[in-house]
Design a protein around this ligand. Sequence first.
Ligand code: NAP
Length: 536
Amino acid sequence: MSEAASAMPLDILIVGAGFAGLYMLHKARRQGLNARVIEAAPSVGGTWYHNRYPGARVDIQSMEYSYGFDEALQQDWHWSERYASQPELLRYANHVADRFALRDGIQLCTRIAAAHFDEEHKCWQVRAATGEAWSARFLVMASGPLSSPNRPDFDGLQDFSGPVMHTADWPHEPVDFSGQRVAVVGTGSSAVQAIPLIAQQARELIVFQRTAAYAAPAHNGPLDADFEATIKRDYAGFRARNRRMHGGFSAALPPNPVSALAVSDEERKSAFESRWRIGGFALLGAFNDLLLNERSNALAAQFVRNKIAAIVEDPATARLLQPTHTLGCKRLCVDSGYYATFNRPNVRLVDISTQPIERFTPTGLKTGAREFDFDALVLATGFDAMTGTLMRLDLRGRGGLTIQHKWHAGPLNYLGLGIAGFPNLFNIAGPGSTSAFTNIIVAIEQHVDWIAECIAHLDAQGLATIEPSEAAETTWTEHVNAAARRTVFLSCNSWYLGANIPGKPRMFMPLASGFPQYAQRCAEVARKGYEGFVLA
Ligand code: NAP
């Protein structure tokens, strides 16, 4: 146990130094709380530290994907591009750590292995893999919804003689694919960003696709100075307007308030075209029911398939690239030249939907009757999303209840923030909250503010613990399911459902009812004396 730990328990132990952990630490300190961040990586930045594959960048515009809690910070910081790249986002995280003097509260290179709730002392006993230990009144999981890479259990992968890289755990030394034959497995957001750049460098690129992806063009470029100046003239107002949006962003381009079924073919095409020209998620707002109504969705999906057919020269490749599932059911990818990359002579698309990867060999892989040889392998196979990081911890609540037992059928929780049986534990941007359906920084700020206010309330009242009631948790879980049932999100095998991980329970994890309604509910719960929680 560290000296600091044995001397005095912390008020808050925060797991993770990404955007959530940094702001939680800052907020806690401003409130006079003794907080400490424990981070496994050797740097702050979370997602933006690990996901450093070629082309990694944010899919929400930089002016929106940034903290709004400090006016001077948002005025001073300048983004160079419309969609910031991973290195710039990492610089931003480091800038925030320095600017708010957070570094002395962050312990890097330390992986939390266990956290047990000590009922007698009403605090968390937390232990790192190194054996170092802390006790803390509150445990805040700021470990991110997409932080445990999914490494499928491919037969023979250990026999492959070349380098194997995962997009979510990319090497820190430069990777040079020049002259190499490279294979990419996966075609989600990470692959869609990486493939165009790998293709420019590699001698040959083979993309193994299980499910085709919908991608809308980012139209990325240098940030327009007039646009930046306009926002900065009233940044607070811009943030406030965004917080009133379903996804916590894009107030400047609200969804068209009509159904795709209520307009003529010509009007519909023109709406899709204009949103496609704007780029990114704008397409999903071309009408107000694209994610709610299968028929409206099918029209938008066909629009994207037509775009793919127009971009990709080889008709057979174009057909393979055209997704057949519901648009947006898996997160829409935002790309820079993804489909056009398949016009390059050095790029080949291999459909593994019916003949999956059977095994890896020392020189490549086998699918059914076919064998492929390559020099380097990129796994762009995503994450054990939303629950993976907590489920890998030895996390025990009241009476030794393990998180693995508690969540064996799916991540039960209340407001996404608390878990019955796990007092004084808060989870930021995890299952049960709007999480990845929201501009995640907006979601993080709302959660951190709520948690800080909750702790202030407990302290003011002289209360030691807070924990959701099982009844509130059951009702909330049904609310999350019901919100998903009103959308098209249940119609495909996405990570939102846990369907990308063999054996993972299928439960729709993020809350689809929209950020404003969710934030209002959280505020109401607090106003009503933390309704649904048991305070002791
Ligand atoms: P992902 O969307 O889950 O994509 C993983 C890909 O790997 C899918 O194409 C999947 O196919 C494939 N795959 C998984 N297991 C496989 C197996 N055993 N055999 C063959 N193929 C397999 O993961 P991701 O691309 O890393 O993105 C995850 C999320 O991170 C995104 O949805 C987004 O929220 C976030 N992200 C955002 C950005 C951004 O633009 N800012 C960039 C990257 C990631 P199936 O579809 O058939 O499962």
